[in-house]
Each structure stands twice: as C-alpha cells, then as structure tokens.
Design a protein around this ligand. Sequence first.
Ligand code: GDP
Length: 386
Amino acid sequence: MKLALIGFGQAGGKVVDEFLAFDDAIDGGFVESAIAINSATTDLKGLDRVSVENRVLIGQARVKGHGVGADNELGAEIAEANIDELQGAIDRIPVHEIDAFLVVAGMGGGTGSGGAPVLAKHLQRVYTQPVYGLGILPGTDEGGIYTLNAARSFRTFVDQVDNLLVFDNDAWRSAGESVEGGYDRINREIVERFGLLFAAGEVREGDHVAESVVDSSEIINTLSNSGVSTVGYASETVEIDDGLLSSLTDDDEFDEGAATNRLTSLVRKATLGRLTLPCDVASADRGLVVASGPPSYLNRKGVERGRQWLEDETGSMEIRGGDYPITVRDEVGTVVLLSGVTDVPRIDQLQEVAIEAQETTADVQATADEDFASLMDTGDELDALF
Ligand code: GDP
C-alpha cells in the first residue's frame, strides 16, 4: 500500500530515513511521500534521504532550533502552534495517491512524543485516509522522565490514530552496543518488519503476480479495530539464481512440500519469537500473515497452514493471509501482524513506573519549594530591593 510517512522528532526522522532506504532496496514503492518534522536543527541536518524541502523545522520562536529537551508538553504546544506549517508540508503530499498516513515517533523524548499525537489528531480531522502511528517505546534504562513521557504520549497517541503499531526499544537492545550503533541496527529491524508489511499491499504493473497476493484493503481491515498492534518476523536465506529456484531443486524437481513446511514453520517462528511489542499472542483480536520472498519459494498451502495455525493460537476468526513476492532478495520471510492486543505486560509496567515517577516528581517539587522558602526566610530583617 502507498504511505505518506511522517517522522516526528529525532527517532521519527531517522526511522523514516531508514524506511526510504529499505523501500529502495526491495524496490517496494510503498513510500509515496516522506516528511521529517523537528524542533532541533541538527537532527534535521543529520538525515540522509528525506528531501531537504520535506524537513520541517518548527518552534523557532520558542526554542530557536535547539529542541525541547525531553519536555513533551512543550513538544505538544509547539506542534499546536505550528499546525499551519505542518499543513503546508502535508499539502505537498499527493493525498489522493496514498492509502494511509503513518506518523512515526519515539515516545520517550519531547518533540515527537508531544507532537505526534497533535499531528495525528489534525490528520484525522482533515483527511479520510486512515492515520496509523508507529510509536517507539524507550529502554527501561533511560530513566523516569522518558518513561513518564512515553506513558503519557502512548495514552494520548493511541486515541488519535486508527491503530498504534508499537516497537519496544527495551526488548531489542543488546548488551555491549553503543547507543548510536544500537539504534542503527534497531532501526533496520524496525523498517524490515513494518516495511515488508506495508509493501505487501503494493503490487505494481509488471510485478510478478503472487498466488494469493495481499491487498492493501486486507492490511487496512486488519488494522481497523483501533488499539495496539505488534509485528513478528522470521526469515531464512535461500539461494536465488536469476530469480529462479535453485537450492530446493533436487534432480531439477521443485519440492512443493519443503516450501510449504518452510512457510508454515516461519509463521510459527515469527509469532512465537521476538515481537516488536512482546505480548500474549492469544489476546490478539485480528491477524495478518504475509509470506515474502522469491516467487518460486512462496506457496498458497504454506500460508494457508500458517494462517490456520494462527487462528488456533489466537482464537480469532479474523486472520488473513497472502503473498508478497520479492525477486531482489535471497530471503524467504513471514511477517505476522497481530492487531488489537490487550495482554501486554510491558505497557502495564510502563504505566506503573510512570505513575510512580509522576508522584515522585510532584513530591520533589513540593519539597524543593518548601526548602527554597525556608532558605530565603529572613523574617522582616532584610528588605528586597523592589
Ligand atoms: P525528540 O527528538 O525530542 O522527539 O526525542 P528523540 O526522538 O531523540 O528520543 C525519543 C526516544 O526515542 C528516546 O528516548 C529513545 O528511546 C528513542 N530513540 C532515539 N533515537 C532513536 C533511534 O534512532 N531509533 C530508535 N529505535 N529509537 C530511538
């Protein structure tokens, strides 16, 4: 399907940049437009692929291009105050060409955390296309303010979008990695999963016609129940020989059974492995299975078996499935989208820690005010200048 991607804040911009690279690499054509919005000049300068005219600096009057310093209330205020600038950038999107908006932001910071829900609300008011959010949760080691920001933004964002797709940095960090190197790797993981999902509904003229191709309406229907979604992915490297099957050809015979079994087990691995937001799979309301890879490795039976397995696993009757052929990749993979998940321990934990952080902040502030009052208390013996 065709998306207008809007990255809000630093994480949002970097992930949108990476989506553009991925779209190119798979020759996907699912990104119709890409915009990056920020209150910090340096973050916008650091992007590689988003065109310069689509990098929008907001809040100059308030923060002079220096960012909001993890203050997401200020991030939200600036977005509200600059809604005309944002609309100016959106006006450059050929909106009649897109199937949906995807607003991407890190929930723990300030600009994206506060601004993304404001933008989503605005888009919902003006356009008929669905507005999806891609919210990135902070690592648990980032500290109280990031957790508090994320919990408040999450709560707000989920109400302003048609569906909030979530990626949890905490579940994806690796020990011994630098923060920057870590984000680069994580961002590639993000765009591979969500990129393959959204690219699936985008079949262009001249593309290899899949056995049972996924249509953008199937993605939209899977996401139409609002709430929160998570994505799983599993893949296997295969050999391609000019787009033709080679590793599976014993005596030049295509082993249909092996291809079916591979896809079925990839669906299980994707579902039971690490999800973008870990959760109890049984709590999902709807699902979508997409098998991607060289056309000769995809078969209807494998997807169908995987789909049926997911029905049993989730107890949902609304599990869709289909193919997305990619000739340029030597990987067979399955993306599993689980929509409307409700049993998510990480969200419960995020909210608990945030409530604690909110109470502690209020206590500290009250004590600080009292302490300051007592520090300055000189009775009537000292006169202020004015
Ligand atoms: P903003 O610019 O004020 O919106 O804030 P940032 O986007 O810099 O940071 C918000 C949160 O996003 C941080 O707390 C991190 O959890 C996360 N983050 C920052 N940069 C990246 C990135 O490149 N990739 C990912 N996955 N997360 C990031």
